[in-house]
Design a protein around this ligand. Structure first.
Ligand SMILES: Cc1cc2nc3c(=O)[nH]c(=O)nc-3n(C[C@H](O)[C@H](O)[C@H](O)COP(=O)(O)OP(=O)(O)OC[C@H]3O[C@@H](n4cnc5c(N)ncnc54)[C@H](O)[C@@H]3O)c2cc1C
Length: 465
């Protein structure tokens, strides 16, 4: 297994990564990329303390609902890079089980790749979302043929790819880019049916980073995003050569969607886990600030918090149902239930704005105007700021100020804005979850139940009650 120090050393591999217009040659020392890299290093060291027979505990396939829950909890605790790596490996393993009939030549390659990746304990990020050009047109009918990643040259040794994958979480902090088609492809779009494991330092890969990390000198006013933040990468493939052993699909249009579909389930389960935990935090903040404001007993405040509790509970219930109703799929693995995973992710995303609206409504304007920690420390105004931020005996002004900082950071500042968009878009927009939910819901069963209920069909179980 890799240590944190070895991980940080591995980032000096010549990768071309950029931040606010400048190339970054020393990621660990960079003011915005360094702290998240250190976090990944710490996660490596933590995972080493959990090793199983010398292997990372994020390896291995859960085969029962209990093992699935334990694995999800472990991966969640092991940080973003462990999460994206685990879901990438599970995606490849899922594809491997499904592709053997259509394109058996890739089965051995995928198997070899998974074994190597697990042995070298690398981190893999997920490059799915293309630039996409005009959304109403398929890849082959775009004005710019590079709107979707595609093969521009082939040789006996491998392929050359061109295009860009956008919004890629932590792209600059991993070792390999799992580059897969974002959608199904049709005959004539063979060059776009390309899946490849591209090293981040491959010549021609260029990554532009963005981050919600606070720009302030004093990050104490950002109790969440000042401690943990993850950059996103705008990944450009500027004619990148990929050797054959790293090409996992090339031209088989009928299998193009298999990768994204296989990933979607794992990605949304991860999203659902975070949403269930995040919803509880929003409920907790609403109750804490209501108490600190002296309003916890007011009817309209209690009503809003009750509504928040119901949303949080429904999201958690979907997570529990997704695990409890997991099914055994290819290679004996336990797969979370598609219907509950997608319905839960949709509900969590769609209800997020309402949760935040209630929280802001309950909390008051100090969400965005509370003094900073350094103001509280100022000898001239600090004691006055604390006095007026206090609401009653037993509610310390500094404590209440810090509650507001937490609410602002999570929901109303740079990270809050990022979260609002990310809840909706990451793992596919709301529309994507509607499609998958509809696909897995027993619509025929519902129609039959309706006909039975209104006396137009016989019940399967004899006379109804
Ligand atoms: C913070 C963050 C992290 C992310 N991390 C990753 C990552 O690690 N890897 C990765 O690959 N992606 C990642 N994504 C990308 C995410 O999956 C996409 O943002 C999402 O799939 C939507 O794609 P888009 O942003 O291009 O928006 P668009 O596709 O432009 O969607 C905007 C709207 O248009 C609709 N729409 C689009 N096309 C059509 C059409 N043909 N017909 C009808 N309606 C249409 C959509 O349903 C949506 O409502 C991340 C996104 C965010 C915000």
């Amino acid at each position: 297994m890799m240590t944190g120090e070895e991980y940080k050393a591995s980032l000096f591999d010549g990768r071309a990564t950029f931040f606010e217009g400048k190339r970054v040659d020393d990621i660990p020392a960079h003011p915005f990329l360094g702290p998240p890299a250190q976090r990944v290093a710490d996660d490596y060291d933590w995972l080493k303390t959990q090793e199983i027979d010398g292997h990372s505990p994020i390896n291995g396939v859960p085969t029962s609902p209990e093992e699935l829950r334990a694995k999800v909890d472990l991966v969640h605790a092991a940080g973003m890079m462990a999460h994206v790596t685990y879901t990438s490996i599970m995606t490849l393993a899922t594809v491997q089980g499904k592709i053997s009939d259509i394109a058996p030549q890739y089965v051995e390659r995928i198997d070899g790749y998974i074994k190597d990746a697990q042995k070298s304990d690398i981190r893999i990020t997920q490059c799915i979302t293309d630039a996409k050009g005009d959304r109403s047109r398929p890849p082959s009918r775009q004005d710019d043929p590079d709107a979707y990643v595609h093969v521009v040259d082939r040789s006996p040794e491998g392929v050359v790819i061109r295009g860009a994958k956008l919004h890629i979480t932590a792209a600059s902090l991993g070792h390999d880019l799992m580059t897969i088609p974002t959608k199904s492809m049709k005959a004539g779009e063979e060059d776009y049916a390309i899946a490849a494991m591209v090293p981040v330092n491959a010549p021609g890969v260029k990554i532009i980073n963005t981050t919600y990390a606070p720009r302030h000198e004093d990050t104490r006013d950002f109790p969440v995003s000042g401690i943990t933040n993850t950059p996103e990468g705008f990944v450009i493939f500027d004619d990148v050569f990929v050797p054959n052993e790293r090409v996992l699909l090339d031209g088989e249009v009928s299998s193009a969607a298999l990768f994204a579909h296989s990933l979607g389930l794992w990605e949304r389960l991860g999203g659902l886990t975070s949403m269930a935990d995040g919803a509880d935090v929003l409920v907790g903040l609403a109750q804490l600030i209501a108490e600190a404001n002296g309003l916890a007993g007011q009817a309209h405040i209690k009503e809003k918090i009750s509504e928040m509790i119901i949303h949080a509970t429904v999201v958690r219930a979907c997570y529990e149902a997704a695990i409890a109703h997991s099914s055994t799929g290819v290679f004996g693995a336990a797969f979370p239930n598609e219907l509950y995973t997608n319905a839960g992710k949709y509900t969590g995303a769609a209800a997020y704005n309402l949760m935040v609206r209630h929280l802001h409504d309950i909390a008051g304007g100090a969400v965005v105007t509370a003094p900073s920690v350094s103001d509280l420390e100022n000898p001239e105004v600090g004691h006055l700021a604390r006095k007026y931020m206090s609401t009653m005996n037993g509610v310390d002004g500094e404590y209440r100020t810090k509650l507001f900082h937490g609410i602002r950071d999570l929901t109303a500042d740079s990270y809050g804005g990022w979260s609002t968009v990310t809840n909706i878009q990451a793992g596919g927009g709301l529309y994507a979850q509607r499609i998958v939910t509809r696909k897995h819901y027993d619509l025929e069963g519902a129609k039959h139940a309706a006909l039975v209920r209104i006396g137009l069909a016989e019940s399967d179980h004899g006379a109804g009650c």
